[in-house]
Design a protein around this ligand. Sequence first.
Ligand SMILES: NC(=O)C1=CN([C@@H]2O[C@H](COP(=O)(O)OP(=O)(O)OC[C@H]3O[C@@H](n4cnc5c(N)ncnc54)[C@H](OP(=O)(O)O)[C@@H]3O)[C@@H](O)[C@H]2O)C=CC1
Ligand SMILES: O=C1OC[C@@H](O)[C@H](O)[C@H]1O
Length: 357
Amino acid sequence: MIYSLNWGIIGAGNISGQFVHDLCMNNANSTDFKHIIRSIGSSSKDKGEKFIAEHSIFDKNNFHIRPVAETYEEVFNNEQVNIVYLGTPHPFHKQQAIQAFNCGKHVLCEKPATINANDLTELIQLAKSKNLFFMEAVWTRFFPSIDLIKNYIFCEQILGETRRLFVDFSYDEEIEKLPPTSRVRDINLGGGALLDIGIYTITYARILLDDKLAPFNTDFQIKAALMIDKVDKVDYLCSILLNYETGKHAVLTASNILKGKEPFLRLEGTKGQLEIFSSNPAAPKKFKIIFNDGSKPIEYEDESSYLGFIYEANAIAKDIAESNIENSLMPTQESLLVMKIMDEVRKQNGLVYPQEK
Ligand SMILES: NC(=O)C1=CN([C@@H]2O[C@H](COP(=O)(O)OP(=O)(O)OC[C@H]3O[C@@H](n4cnc5c(N)ncnc54)[C@H](OP(=O)(O)O)[C@@H]3O)[C@@H](O)[C@H]2O)C=CC1
Ligand SMILES: O=C1OC[C@@H](O)[C@H](O)[C@H]1O
């Protein structure tokens, strides 16, 4: 069976370029999935045309179809598009998703889906009321490595009882060299660590310490500290402790002003430990499992040339072909749970975005 989607891309920037890279590579490889890029929506048509040229979206890699460069509005109304990818900064996602749903389009929305749980609840209800697919683009969950790891931990239980998880997503973005209007710095664009990279540390805790997705998740308490920058008023250091009722701990840190180390993740169990390696902790491409009894370690590396966005894109293509409006690995209630954790982290530290005042 061939699974086919017709994409409209909103925002001709950084992440849209990476997402499109994987779709084009898939198309050139003639797989069972057809990810046809129909339209590039951007703030100017020139910018859209440049994006199409830069990513060479017109050849075999898009079934010889040249996408049109359109305004956002035109993408939402484009009859050839059936799913919209939102690749703009966080605070714009809500309005853009509403517009897409109102035009009858399915939506894959970059993380974080919204800036708070109230906004996300509205989107979830709207998508459901219109019977349209909606997913937050937490691509991490779709890597083959994650499937293998979950099997080792929850089915084979090779780490014994898992007790403690450390995850750090840090990299020095040289903040002082970025303009204050950069999405990493600007509070109006949801800047800081928590929403941008802290979200992944929470995601790993959700994946590795609990095999039940929301709303059936195991309960936990949250304690958190944010270092709010005096000038930019956003969090450049974010530390979260999740204390599960089962006694497990997750120690989660993220920062835009410190260089992270590898492995960026360590899960400790009674029989051994799991380590995950990647220069980009959002993309778990390599792991190692070490055993306390000296047995041969298990090592895995994903050597595909995809960046990793193709895994979520293919999963969605299957979902839509099967008329699912949610994905089973990243259901909307799980996105909502993670968003509620981030709301609580901010509440404990007095971080409010201008859109919320
Ligand atoms: N999954 C992942 O690994 C990653 C996810 N992300 C997520 O993707 C989203 C976008 O990030 P990224 O691509 O790095 O961002 P960019 O700064 O590259 O912006 C993307 C696009 O958003 C629009 N945009 C940017 N700033 C503004 C503004 N001030 N006002 C209106 N529109 C604006 C522009 O669209 P136009 O082209 O139309 O002008 C721009 O091209 C974020 O929510 C981020 O969290 C980001 C990086 C990695
Ligand atoms: O989602 C993301 O993952 C990778 C990071 O480099 C990026 O800043 C972030 O937006």
